[in-house]
Design a protein around this ligand. Structure first.
Ligand code: SAH
Length: 251
């Protein structure tokens, strides 16, 4: 089994594939001003197994297209949507976020939690902007510096793995330059990382290693996750996910 398949195997049983929380998705919904609007069309891009998709389906009068390039995650999402009684409000779409088939002006809102970095914040916003109606909402969470200065090892790791990490003011400037007005911003608290993402993943480690016969490749994946968790624990005052809610201008 290759590394990608191993990563899918470790993460597909998770409620989420990155830091976040239902209360935080609901807060972004509140900031978006979409509550009370009817028949919304929303895309959740890089949806994973659907942590945010399910909240959107429950909170809004909306049809949500849940997009991810991994069909294994979409299968889990479909199962969870059926269990939650919202399957009729969700369509899954196995597609890459840099080649989406939405029509121009088709969407009232684009959601994307912990995924836009795969394209890069600016590239993602530029590519997805046309799909939104004027006045449409963009809600994205993105790794963000919380301070002006930070430890050298953290800077080096992030330069390597997430080269677009920046301060909230820089991200907001990007949003403004790409035709959006920021309408809300908040930082994901530590429990979104620890209780909602890392601890459940750590609880899956032993079953994952056993399922793969404690192979070197499986052990390397667990070790890499542990390095990331340790890095977060030592540096959580310097970095977190920022949640950006912005409105496309021109309505
Ligand atoms: N939004 C989910 C998942 C975040 S993890 C959550 O918060 O739990 C990032 C997700 O982006 C993964 O599900 C991964 O499969 C997906 N992804 C990565 N690159 C992608 C691409 N090029 N196109 C579509 N999805 C992608």
């Amino acid at each position: 089994m290759d590394d990608m398949q191993l990563l899918i195997d470790l993460h597909k049983d998770g409620m989420r594939q990155g830091p976040g929380g239902a209360a935080e998705t609901r807060l972004a919904v509140t900031l978006s001003g979409l509550r009370g609007q009817r028949h919304l069309r929303i895309a959740d891009i890089g949806c994973g197994t659907g942590a945010a998709t399910l909240v959107l389906a429950q909170e809004l009068d909306a049809h949500i297209t849940a997009v991810d390039f991994l069909p294994e995650f979409l299968t889990e999402l479909e199962r969870a949507a059926a269990n939650a009684g919202v399957a009729d409000r969700i369509t899954t779409l196995a597609q890459s976020m840099d080649a989406l088939s939405f029509k121009d002006g088709e969407l009232d809102a684009i959601w994307s939690e912990g995924a836009i970095y795969n394209m890069g914040f600016e590239a993602g916003i530029t590519a997805w902007n046309p799909f939104l109606k004027p006045g449409g909402i963009l809600a994205v969470s993105e790794l963000t510096w919380l301070t002006r200065d930070r430890p050298a090892d953290l800077q080096a790791h992030c330069d390597n793995e997430y080269s677009h990490v920046d301060t909230a003011s820089a991200k907001m400037a990007t949003l403004e330059n790409q035709g959006f007005s920021p309408v809300g911003y908040f930082v994901l608290p530590a429990y979104c990382w620890r209780d909602n993402y890392y601890r459940p993943m750590q609880q899956r480690f032993s079953g994952f290693l056993a399922a793969h016969g404690h192979s070197d490749a499986a052990k390397a994946i667990v070790a890499a996750e542990e390095v990331e968790i340790d890095l977060y624990e030592r540096n959580r005052m310097f970095v977190s996910y920022g949640y950006y809610v912005a409105q496309k201008r021109g309505d």
